[in-house]
Design a protein around this ligand. Sequence first.
Ligand code: NAD
Ligand code: UDP
Length: 329
Amino acid sequence: MAKRILITGAAGFLGSHLCERFIKEGFEVIGMDNFITGDAKNIAHLAPHPNFTFIKHDVTQYIIVDGPLDYILHFASPASPIDYLKIPIQTLKVGSLGTHNLLGLAKAKKARILIASTSEVYGDPLVHPQNESYYGNVNTIGPRGVYDEAKRFQESITMAYHRFHGLETRIVRIFNTYGPRMRLNDGRVIPAFMGQALRGEDITVFGDGSQTRSFCYVDDQVEGIFRLLFSDYAYPVNIGNPHEITIRDFAEEIIKLTGTDQKIVYKPLPIDDPMQRQPDISLAKELLDWEPKVGRTEGMKITYDYFKSLSEEELHRSEHKDFTEHIKK
Ligand code: NAD
Ligand code: UDP
């Protein structure tokens, strides 16, 4: 009998890649999503597969899944600053009420559950690179607090279920991950810069561009999550690519990659935008024998080819173009 796995956020970027991977591994996959930031198109190719079923449902409401479940991956949550600033209450609810419902479901089904946490639990970090023992520097009441604190609560309630109910839990702290099926207009820096290149617009760098990020290709992320799920480690593990770059240098790289002669224009830095971010992945290396394999040049090329393949209509949908409009002090 194939093992059964429930994947929430299935119609999103990471969720759709996870559904694909687990189907490939012979699992019976049940995808769940309410499409608030996802798109049915991301999983349309999986629909005919006999081992894939889909339930349209908001996980903040009581969840019913018939039959046994061996595993749950909780990936439902808005994930881009633009999305969680636009739907702050839903973001808080999916991290808190949604996670509570899924932990309850895991307990009832005696399933192992892995939850998607984030490098945002470190806030604007004062420790660099960030390792799992760092407690973070988060502004609870700032605009990003709705996401950061929802994720921190999510980790706490997951550990409480582990300690109090003996539930088998796993926590992945995901650092900026990219690849095909990101939403072109979700405001995250990679779709933003690539969309601008394709539309022939200036590249918008926020602040002076000296802030850093470290970008992980989606296949590497999925491999790390896969290994963590089957490990016996219940505490948080960073999964990301430690290769760090400033946003200004990254903008130059995108101009080179896309072969366009765009100008860089500077816009105000959003409130609480972390100034540096780089995962310390020593724990993942030691525990999971995992490290990223796909370099930025290769990963960005695959991602750009994906965005190039989108229709004109998708390319020109202009919703969310100016991130800074949403974050006025
Ligand atoms: P995404 O927006 O593409 O996917 C999230 C999915 O969750 C969407 O399909 C959305 O419709 C669904 N969803 C949201 N609220 C829901 C609800 N109440 N009920 C059911 N479905 C709901 O984002 P993503 O980049 O794929 O992120 C997936 C997960 O990974 C999130 O939990 C996010 O916090 C985490 N994460 C992602 C990154 C990254 O770089 N991509 C980094 C850190 C953490
Ligand atoms: N950023 C930028 N221009 C854009 C979009 C984002 O300079 O058009 C910057 C943003 O201010 C941040 C970094 O790129 O410093 C990464 O932003 P993203 O929204 O991708 O994710 P974050 O890591 O901040 O959650």
